[in-house]
Design a binder for this molecule. Structure first.
Ligand SMILES: O=C(O)CCC(=O)C(=O)O
Ligand SMILES: [Fe+2]
Length: 200
């Protein structure tokens, strides 16, 4: 008996449109892309300002795009590099499922359980109103949480698995925040690719 569905699942979050595709990539593809992207990416660690104090961001990042438009969030402005072969292969697969064209990919590397991504919404103005964000996970699975911006006690927690795709659409970023919390458990590195559209 299969306990967990491997079929795409639409999350029941009011005011959101989120679908989880656990089998977006095969195990072999996911493992191949994890290794390739881990090795090829030019990782950077920027400083972020939280309540006036400056800290190194608790993860490594990189930005790739089909254009030269920068992406700014949390007082950081990132300038993109040209897509690698591996990233453009994944982009094509994401575009086939989502029927959306993406220009930009923000990559996060969570080196271990101390690396994290705090509560935020992907609502920067360069993404436009109601952005479609396609998030591909590779490597260790990590907990991913949504919380209602108004009713902050309304939290949905899930695990993002190796080779999965999480698709966020419509008013999701307007009504919900998300995070990848730290964990005290031992976890291997995880790479997350978020495909976005930025037009000049
Ligand atoms: O690592 C993740 O699953 C989420 C990344 C994220 O929310 C972001 O980069 O905006
Ligand atoms: Fe995000």
């Amino acid at each position: 008996m299969q306990l967990f569905s491997r079929e795409p699942q639409k999350l029941q979050l009011p005011g959101a449109n989120v679908t989880y595709y656990p089998n977006f990539l095969t195990l072999e593809e996911a493992t191949h892309y994890f290794k390739t992207i881990y090795e090829e990416t030019q990782w950077q660690q920027d400083d972020i300002k939280v309540f006036g104090k400056v800290y190194p961001q608790p993860r490594l990042t990189a930005l790739y795009a089909t254009n030269s438009l920068p992406y700014s969030y949390s007082n950081i402005t990132m300038y993109p590099k040209a897509f690698t072969f591996a990233l453009s292969e994944i982009k094509k697969k994401v575009e086939a499922i989502t029927t959306t064209e993406f220009t930009t990919c923000l990559i996060n590397l969570y080196r271990d359980g101390k690396d994290s991504n705090g509560w935020h919404a992907d609502d920067e103005k360069e993404l436009g109103k109601n952005p479609t964000i396609a998030s591909v996970s590779l490597g260790a699975s990590r907990v991913f949480k949504f919380r209602d911006k108004k009713a902050k006690s309304s939290v949905h927690s899930m695990s993002l698995e190796h080779g999965s795709l999480l698709l966020m659409k419509d008013a999701t970023q307007h009504n919900w925040q998300h995070q990848v919390p730290k964990t005290s458990k031992f976890v291997e590195p995880r790479i997350n690719l978020t495909f976005r559209t930025i037009k000049g």
